[in-house]
Ligand binder design. Structure first.
Ligand SMILES: Nc1nc2c(ncn2[C@@H]2O[C@H](COP(=O)(O)OP(=O)(O)OP(=O)(O)O)[C@@H](O)[C@H]2O)c(=O)[nH]1
Ligand SMILES: [Mg+2]
Length: 290
């Protein structure tokens, strides 16, 4: 993938785009997302679970999705600027309204506590909690305990999860500007969680956030994401680290300081959300055939 950088281009950009993106395609993706309904028996919801290192932009991605779909900046999911451990401590479900009639989208996003670079025992707790969330055992509002995984006797433990409680796509959220700096132990945990998802038959994809911080040319113009060799390298790097195909890794710039929605940010966010739905839906259809 990719071409060599020509002399007229800044060194971080390559001639031939390595990523295909229709910048004017926002309307198509928006319509696809608004029209989506899960087809499986008894399924009214399509649940997307976001997990990943602390401060990677999980909650910001939820705000970005809501902002892009609703056409105005949303700050529903709490976001924090400080580096003092994970800000999100609760297992929280976000539902999205479609249009002004109060209709709710079947799409449901779940936010959770970030994966910290902590002693081994605590990381195990995190991996177990992600597994429980994927199986639908964690009820909305549960406050994570970094020292113990959710107990089966806890009031927030759902003993009999239904099809709507289970996760349909697992999304790892990773800071593109720090991919190459991820501690080995954090990479191992992401691999463990990916293995658990595979065992449970849940598709896994990755969002690389903060692409504006990862490449100065993207900061200048978001459309440069398709030709940024720096970002391409980060995608390849993460693909090799975790063993996930490059075409399951999606670059995104979240809304974080903007006061108004922006067509280019929307285009990337909506296109990524569409791919999440398509990958999850394809998987559900395949499972039905088995
Ligand atoms: N420049 C830039 N900043 C971002 C982007 N996404 C998130 N941020 C910032 O990164 C910081 C952390 O974002 P959060 O959304 O709180 O990250 P999180 O993964 O939910 O973090 P925890 O809940 O603490 O685990 C905030 O200051 C955001 O404004 C992005 O795409 N670009
Ligand atoms: Mg958060």
């Amino acid at each position: 993938m990719g071409g060599k950088s020509s002399s007229s281009l800044p060194p971080q950009l390559v001639d031939k785009p390595w990523l295909q993106m229709e910048w004017g395609g926002r309307g198509n993706d928006l319509q696809f997302i608004k029209d989506y309904t899960p087809k499986a028996d008894g399924q009214q919801q399509f649940r997307i679970l976001l997990h990943g290192p602390v401060g990677a932009g999980k909650s910001s991605f939820i705000n970005s999705v809501i902002s892009s779909l609703e056409g105005r900046i949303s700050v529903r999911a709490g976001v924090c600027n400080s580096n003092q451990g994970t800000y999100t401590k609760q297992y929280k479900t976000y539902r999205i309204q479609i249009g002004n009639q109060g209709n709710m989208s079947p799409l449901v996003l779940n936010d959770m506590m970030g994966l910290e670079n902590v002693p081994r025992r605590h990381r195990r707790v995190h991996v177990k909690d992600v597994e429980k969330a994927m199986k639908g055992h964690i009820k909305d509002g549960y406050i994570f305990n970094p020292e113990n995984s959710l107990s089966e006797t806890d009031n927030f433990y759902n003993k009999t999860p239904k099809v709507n409680d289970k996760v349909h796509v697992l999304v790892s959220v990773i800071d593109a500007s720090k991919v190459h700096l991820l501690p080995d132990k954090v990479v191992e945990k992401i691999q463990d969680i990916r293995d658990d998802a595979t065992d449970l038959g849940i598709p896994h994809m990755v969002i690389l956030t903060k692409i504006d911080e990862a490449c100065p040319e993207i900061k200048k113009d978001l459309k440069n994401v398709c030709r940024s060799s720096l970002l391409q390298k980060r995608v390849l790097c993460f693909s090799k680290l975790v063993g996930i195909p490059e075409n399951c890794i999606f670059p995104v710039k979240n809304y974080h300081s903007e006061r108004n929605v922006d067509n280019d940010i929307d285009a990337l966010v909506l296109n990524t959300l569409r791919r999440i739905i398509e990958i999850g839906d394809e998987h559900l259809k395949n499972q039905e055939r088995i």
